[in-house]
Design a protein around this ligand. Structure first.
Ligand SMILES: NC(=O)c1ccc[n+]([C@@H]2O[C@H](COP(=O)([O-])OP(=O)(O)OC[C@H]3O[C@@H](n4cnc5c(N)ncnc54)[C@H](OP(=O)(O)O)[C@@H]3O)[C@@H](O)[C@H]2O)c1
Length: 254
């Protein structure tokens, strides 16, 4: 793999599993120093040790990004310990599917708090550092990649509040892109279809038994497929902004 991110620093939220873990490994493979943010400390430490074992430079940050102060502190700690911030992958998210009328509203709070508010907190705290990186960094460009979903493009019964959070991510991404792109801070969104990760394991069993049966019949994406898309975005030359990538399993219809 080429070391095209050598000298840069990346922060990946939700780095403990799935897409975040695969992305952290991919960016480290491209030569970036990587800060890993998530809640389960034991898993963070294990991933950090694995990346270090492959020659990467890494920082494990135990952080619940739904807490605004903690989200800000995760960004600041990345800059303090690794020296700068060139790339942010706003990936932490939760998908608690189910029909709206009988939903436990606590599930909605969890999705809005993480998928929307956590992502906003990290983005806002990171922006001054990304601007600096675009001015004086080795690549003279910086990246914020927000992980949305196919659910951010197309609403469906049973996914209403998850849809609402991911539509919010897409809208925020496009508005922020217009505000800062001229300064070479690129703002992008990645919209995966079904990926084989821990994400669906948090969905209530009765919802899984009814709504999600069809998805297990298709060959889902691997987390590495989405990490590839993210790595593609952040390794482009500074003149190229890949604003949006939608990646579905080839068998996924909607
Ligand atoms: N899998 C799919 O089919 C799919 C499709 C479209 C979009 N996506 C999106 O992809 C993103 C990653 O999901 P995934 O599929 O990789 O799921 P995952 O394996 O469940 O990963 C979620 C990650 O987020 C972390 N996390 C959860 N709550 C957090 C919090 N409050 N603060 C910080 N980190 C937190 C988790 O670690 P801890 O529990 O240790 O904190 C975990 O590392 C999400 O935004 C999801 O909506 C996934």
């Amino acid at each position: 793999m080429t070391q095209d991110l050598e000298g840069t620093v990346a922060l990946v939220t939700g780095a403990n599993s799935g897409i975040g873990e695969a992305t952290a490994r991919a960016l480290a493979g491209h030569g970036a120093a990587v800060a890993l943010a998530a809640r389960r400390k034991d898993r963070l430490d294990a991933l950090a040790a694995a990346i270090e074992g492959e020659g990467g430079r890494v920082l494990a940050i135990e952080a619940d990004v739904t807490d605004r102060d903690v989200a800000i502190a995760a960004v600041e700690r990345t800059v303090d310990d690794l020296g700068r911030l060139d790339t942010v992958v706003n990936n932490a998210g939760v998908m608690l599917l189910g029909p709206i009328p009988d939903a436990p509203v606590e599930e909605w709070d969890r999705m809005v708090d993480l998928n929307v508010k956590g992502l906003l907190y990290v983005a806002h705290a990171a922006l001054p550092h990304l601007s600096r990186a675009a001015e004086d960094g080795p690549r003279r460009v910086a990246d914020l990649v927000n992980v949305s979903s196919v659910a951010g493009r197309r609403a469906a019964a049973g996914a209403g509040v998850y849809n609402a959070t991911k539509f919010a991510v897409d809208a925020f991404t496009e508005a922020l892109r217009q505000e800062v792109t001229a300064s070479h801070v690129r703002i992008s969104v990645v919209e995966p279809g079904a990926v084989a990760t821990e994400l669906a394991s948090h969905v209530r069993q009765e919802v899984r038994d009814t709504m999600m049966r069809g998805l297990s019949d298709i060959e889902r994406l691997e987390a590495e497929d989405i990490a590839d898309a993210i790595a593609y975005i952040v390794t482009r030359d500074r003149r190229v902004a890949v604003n949006e990538i939608l990646v579905r399993p080839s068998e996924q219809v909607r």
